[in-house]
Design a protein around this ligand. Structure first.
Ligand code: C5P
Length: 317
């Protein structure tokens, strides 16, 4: 009898509602303050898991991604569980790559969340967070979802209460921004004097209402200098009524959040010549329910996915 277990995972994208880079650290990473938010755009990752004497990891899909984090995440998770298995993935890539949307990181976190359930084992949350941080600075956030403040290199997370549901548009121009290069361009401009101001103004963003003050993404200065078309797209979003209208991560995607459906539709028409995705913000409660529904066949107790006080309590089936 085949012991194959399967699941179809939805790995959601993120946007940064605020992103400040404070300075370069001794370990080569940068100290940041950011607000992450999960959105409705998602990759679909089908997994087939069969316990076996040796481990074999295979990834099929509509794009060939060198150095795919999915394989790395699977190997790390199996190692941590002391398990061996044949794991077959099929990736349907929907989240634009190199756009600051965390697609690769979300795929990796999805693997970390799903494999223990499929293997019938448990990995404690601190261990999961450790593995996630090893895979990349944005990966731990996708274990949590919703809205969260991230500090340090981006792996230290503090959940935020949800904002009211907002609809928006994501614009993904055909521009690829290298994250290390964007950090390198920004480093010479960082001063200790500006750090304190950034922390104060970041705090007011984290405390306040979405769109009440202008969110800031420090990468916009350096990335807009190199790709002036991105600055123009942002201005167009603002003119169409988006608030906030910003670049996400180190770019190149931009998003705008709107008050009404009519505004979204009007903006969508106006950007018909660009690669545009309608999006909505996904709360932590919805994010965790989604995971619960995806994996509930394989989860024995109800204390999963890892919940925080800041979620809505237990997942509702
Ligand atoms: O952690 P991750 O592999 O996603 O980071 C990619 C690159 O982005 C790092 O190698 C580093 O150059 C840069 N980075 C940084 N500071 C951070 C996060 C990323 O300098 N907080």
């Amino acid at each position: 009898m085949s012991q194959t277990r399967q699941a179809s995972l939805r790995a959601l994208a993120k946007i940064n509602l605020d992103l400040r880079v404070l300075g370069k650290r001794a370990d080569g990473y940068h100290e940041i303050r950011t607000i992450f938010q999960t959105i409705s755009l998602a990759d679909i990752l089908d997994v087939e898991f069969t316990p076996a004497r040796g481990t074999a990891i295979q990834i099929d899909g509509d794009v060939d991604i060198p150095d795919n984090l999915i394989a790395k995440a699977a190997a790390l998770a199996l190692d941590a569980m002391h398990a061996t298995a044949r794991v077959r993935f099929r990736l349907r890539k929907r989240i634009p790559m190199g756009a600051g949307l965390g697609g690769g990181s979300s795929d990796a976190a999805a693997v970390l969340l799903a494999l223990p359930a499929l293997a019938g084992r448990r990995l404690a949350l601190p261990r999961l967070v450790e593995l996630a941080a090893e895979l990349g600075s944005d990966v731990p956030f996708f274990l949590l979802g919703g809205a969260a403040v991230a500090v340090g290199r981006g792996t230290e997370l503090y959940p935020l209460p949800d904002w009211p549901v907002r609809r928006g548009l994501l614009i993904a121009p055909a521009v690829h921004v290298s994250t290390p290069a964007a950090y390198r361009a920004l480093t010479p401009r960082l001063t200790t004097e500006s750090q304190q101001n950034k922390i104060v103004s970041f705090q007011s963003q984290a405390w306040g209402e979405l769109g009440a003050g202008a969110g800031v993404n420090d990468f916009e200065t350096v990335v807009f200098e190199q790709f002036s078309q991105l600055a123009r797209l942002k201005q167009r979003l603002v003119r169409l009524g988006a608030n906030p209208a910003m670049m996400t991560g180190s770019g190149s995607a931009l998003f705008g959040l709107f008050r009404t459906r009519e505004q979204v539709n009007r903006a969508r028409k106006s950007f018909a010549d660009e690669s545009v995705f309608p999006i909505s913000l996904i709360s932590r409660a919805r994010y965790q329910r989604l995971w619960w529904r995806t994996l509930r066949l394989y989860i024995e107790d109800k204390l999963w996915p890892p919940l925080s006080r800041c979620g809505q309590g237990r997942p509702i089936v």
